[in-house]
Ligand binder design. Structure first.
Ligand code: SAM
Ligand code: DTB
Ligand code: SF4
Length: 340
């Protein structure tokens, strides 16, 4: 897979006539994925709020005035109960998020127990816990964690305007540790934070030129949350909200530049019409978050998604993923990911 995309090439994709861009994205999608299959992932916040980081979009930052109460890490049994419900609702992957800058070593035994428990239920596991040391990444790999989510969020130029308590380089370093440990990478970001087209180009460019593309690329549309810097900004300047067509273009460019990745239409579906979501699927999105809650914000809910899938003739992706096959036969997931 190409990892040498230039910004000019990516900008040229964004500039294509919409019909041509969608045709190219849909063609790329079909070459690598079944176009009627969409992966269902369920999110659970296993430790909510009270986060010391100052991400301008996030309701869970102590710097926000969003009214989200801080909780302790959930009890292992309660997490496993939620995972069982998600599995019974047809979810393939269980993604667990903690509002931490980084996990403390004393948190790791419970995290390891959770990973093992969810995996034993036959679901793929994903965790997003903030920055990791190489040793913590190795512990998660040893526990059997399938994916680690760690978003780059925006362009390198814009990063410092959105988050001041860590740098993009910190983020990339954790992605390196995750890769080195042999865990699949889930990394994407947020559009609709008042950024320019050039920022969206820089954001996709950063992901598409990583040494290996992330296996999952979540594209979130900002969920404006009152009391956060960006939620307040959008309330004052509603025109800054991203145009639906531009959002679909971003999904299409992610699909074309990272053909084998699962591109997830992530947060923000609540405020998107069915027609816009359908365009995202046509543009190559092949993964969503199901259930009625994301981490703290509302999500479409299983009934709405079942109705949408029925209208569009989409079905839930099932079956063994390359990672599981890789583990079973002893080769590393990294080798499989580069087998192109
Ligand atoms: N604390 C960990 C971290 O930041 O890596 C994990 C949880 S964090 C909430 C996971 C991701 O959710 C963020 O990187 C961001 O991309 C996304 N996110 C958070 N708040 C959002 C919002 N209001 N709208 C859209 N995406 C959001
Ligand atoms: C990702 O890219 N999006 C998810 C997941 N990774 C952890 C989180 C979305 C959060 C939306 C806002 C909220 O629920 O607070
Ligand atoms: Fe903390 Fe993650 Fe929210 Fe940033 S996005 S404030 S790191 S929970």
């Amino acid at each position: 897979m190409r990892t040498d995309w230039t910004r000019d090439e990516i900008a040229a994709l964004f500039d294509l006539p919409f019909t041509e861009l969608l045709f190219q994205a849909a063609t790329t999608h079909r070459a690598h994925h079944a176009p009627d299959e969409v992966q269902l992932c369920t999110l659970l916040s296993i430790k909510t709020g009270g986060c010391p980081e100052d991400c301008g979009y996030c309701s869970q930052s102590v710097h926000a005035d969003s009214g989200v109460a801080a909780t302790k890490l959930m009890d292992v049994r309660a997490v496993l109960q939620s995972a069982a419900q998600a599995r019974d609702a047809g979810s393939q992957r269980f993604c667990m998020g903690a509002a931490w800058r980084n996990p403390k070593d004393r948190d790791m035994p419970a995290i390891v127990e959770i990973v093992k428990g969810v995996r034993a239920m036959g679901m793929e596991t994903c965790m997003t816990l903030g920055m990791l040391t190489p040793a913590q990444a190795a512990m998660l790999a040893e526990a059997g964690l399938d994916y680690y989510n760690h978003n780059i969020d925006t362009s390198p130029e814009r990063y410092g305007e959105i988050i001041s308590t860590r740098t993009l380089e910190d983020r990339l370093e954790t992605l390196d540790h995750v890769r080195a440990a042999g865990i699949n990478v889930c990394s994407g970001g947020i559009v609709g934070m008042g950024e320019t087209r050039a920022d969206r180009v820089g954001f996709i460019h950063t992901l598409a030129t990583l040494p290996r593309h992330p296996e999952s690329v979540p594209i979130n549309a900002l969920v404006p949350i009152k009391g956060t810097v960006l939620g307040n900004m959008l309330a004052d300047t509603p025109l800054a909200r991203i145009d639906d067509i531009e959002f679909v273009r971003t999904v299409a460019v992610a699909r074309i530049t990272m053909p084998q990745s699962m591109v997830r239409l992530s947060a923000g579906r609540e405020s998107m019409s069915e027609a816009t979501q359908a365009l995202c699927f046509l543009a190559g999105a092949n993964s969503i978050f199901t259930g009625d809650r994301l981490l703290t914000a509302a999500n479409a809910g299983d009934d709405a998604d079942a109705a949408l899938f029925a209208r569009l003739g989409l079905k839930a992706l099932t079956g063994e993923e390359p990672l599981r096959a890789a583990r079973a036969c002893g080769s590393s997931p990294a080798e499989l990911a580069t087998a192109d």
